[in-house]
Design a protein around this ligand. Structure first.
Ligand SMILES: *Cc1c(COP(=O)(O)O)cnc(C)c1O
Length: 412
């Protein structure tokens, strides 16, 4: 049998129509619990779910209760593994649910987490303000820092022997800064003495199509499935991917935090995954057209776009080895400040003024006062989240309509 590409498998993989009256699509298994044929079967399912015995060859996990598993979610988890070539996946009711569950599972009081900067506003708050209340030590590094500098910083922290995780977001939101994942995994290896230091990567911006962190040494990949994976601005969801062993631990914590996705969320994402590649490719093409048309506009100072990284730089080197596309996110630095940025946003006619990204419709927002309003003002200016920055997530509309809209808003 030919080995099929993910986009070919996305319509059918992991679903047996014969188990659902021949339906070509999985029904929504809107059920909280599952009937056991016999008490012995229930016992066997629980033994397996709680790891009380070894799994028999080819034994599928038995369906017990929808906080533990559900057919829609199992099919979704199987399909999500295809793009990243992961062994296992766990889905959540939100991206933050996936991120916080991973952090709470693998970090204990006294441990050290090292993270890249800048990171998503919600993650930034949880890591910098909530983890320390659990006695976890937090250390951030900047995109331009070298391997030697980060290594030294970890040593100087005094907690090097308690380093448990390197947490990375690349490209960084909203600045499109790149971080070398192979460098992070090399640093993690250097500090893996008694226990493996895990590398976790939030791949929301470029995944699951254009960056595959597991191939560059990451242990865990995280998604806000609300963004490209969901792709229609109508569902909140998250996912975590990795090895069987790690995802079993993540699912253990998910069972007790109770933040797994519901069957309806699972079904919506299955539908979204079928068109993921065509959507993302169109979005990337549109982003390039928009960039090319407005980059020289007199009211535009510069645009952070992965398709515009200069040759010969370290960034370009990282881009070439880590990314398959320049993506569909543009951070436009306008001439002026907040007033000019707001004027631009208020004058857009087709593009919607809203946070979030990766959707079929183009979305524009002002990170400094919106998604990153909670970030320390000192950090905001340090990482270039300035008052004249507008973040644009390019959708699947006609590129010429988008360009018209941006140009008329710039003129006003
Ligand atoms: C949106 C987002 C999140 C949070 O995901 P939710 O689904 O909103 O909980 C995390 N990381 C990045 C990069 C995001 O864009």
């Amino acid at each position: 049998m030919r080995k099929m590409s993910p986009e070919s498998l996305m319509m059918s993989y992991g679903f047996k129509p014969s188990l659902s009256e021949g339906a070509i699509k999985p029904p929504i298994f809107q059920t909280s619990t599952f009937v056991f044929e016999k008490a012995e079967e229930g016992k066997a399912f629980f033994e397996q779910a709680y790891g009380l015995r070894e799994k028999e060859d080819g034994e599928e996990p038995g369906l017990i209760y929808s906080r533990l598993n559900n057919p829609d979610l199992e099919i979704l988890e199987n399909r999500l593994c295809l793009w990243d070539q992961a062994e296992e996946a766990a889905v959540f009711e939100s991206g933050m649910g996936a991120i916080t569950t991973v952090l709470l599972q693998f970090l204990k009081p006294g441990d050290l987490i090292v993270h890249s900067n800048p990171i998503y506003g919600g993650t930034d708050h949880f890591v910098k303000h909530m983890l320390p209340t659990f006695g976890i030590n937090v250390l951030g590094f900047d995109p331009h820092q070298t391997r030697e500098e980060i290594h030294q910083m970890i040593k100087d922290s005094g907690y090097a022997d308690r380093l448990k995780m390197i947490y990375v977001e690349t490209p960084a939101n909203p600045t499109n800064d790149l971080i070398d994942l192979e460098m992070c995994s090399a640093i993690a290896k250097e500090f893996s003495i008694d226990e493996k230091v895990l590398v976790a990567v939030d791949n929301t911006y470029m995944g699951p199509l254009w960056q595959h962190p597991l191939k560059h040494g990451a242990d865990l990949v995280l998604y806000s499935a609300t963004k490209y994976i969901g792709g229609h601005s109508d569902v909140i969801a998250g996912a975590c991917l990795g090895s069987k062993e790690l995802i079993a631990q993540v699912k253990g914590m998910r069972t007790f935090l109770g933040n797994m996705a519901g069957p309806w969320t699972g079904w919506l994402l299955l539908r979204s995954l079928e068109t993921l590649k065509v959507r993302m490719e169109q979005q990337a093409r549109n982003a390039k057209s928009v960039y090319d048309s407005i980059v020289n506009h007199p009211k535009v100072k510069t645009i952070h776009y992965l398709g515009a990284i200069e040759a010969g730089t370290r960034e370009k080197e990282i881009f070439d080895k880590q990314y398959k596309s320049a993506g569909a996110m543009l951070s436009i630095i306008l001439e002026g400040g907040e007033e000019e940025a707001f004027k631009f946003l208020n004058n857009l006619k087709l593009i919607k003024l809203a946070v979030s990204l990766g959707s079929t419709e183009s979305l524009a927002q002002h990170p400094a006062s919106m998604t990153h309003a909670g970030v320390d003002p000192h950090d905001r200016s340090k990482y270039g989240i300035t008052d004249n920055l507008v973040r644009l997530s390019v959708g699947v509309e006609d590129a010429q309509d988008l360009i018209w809209d941006i140009e008329q808003a710039l003129e006003s």
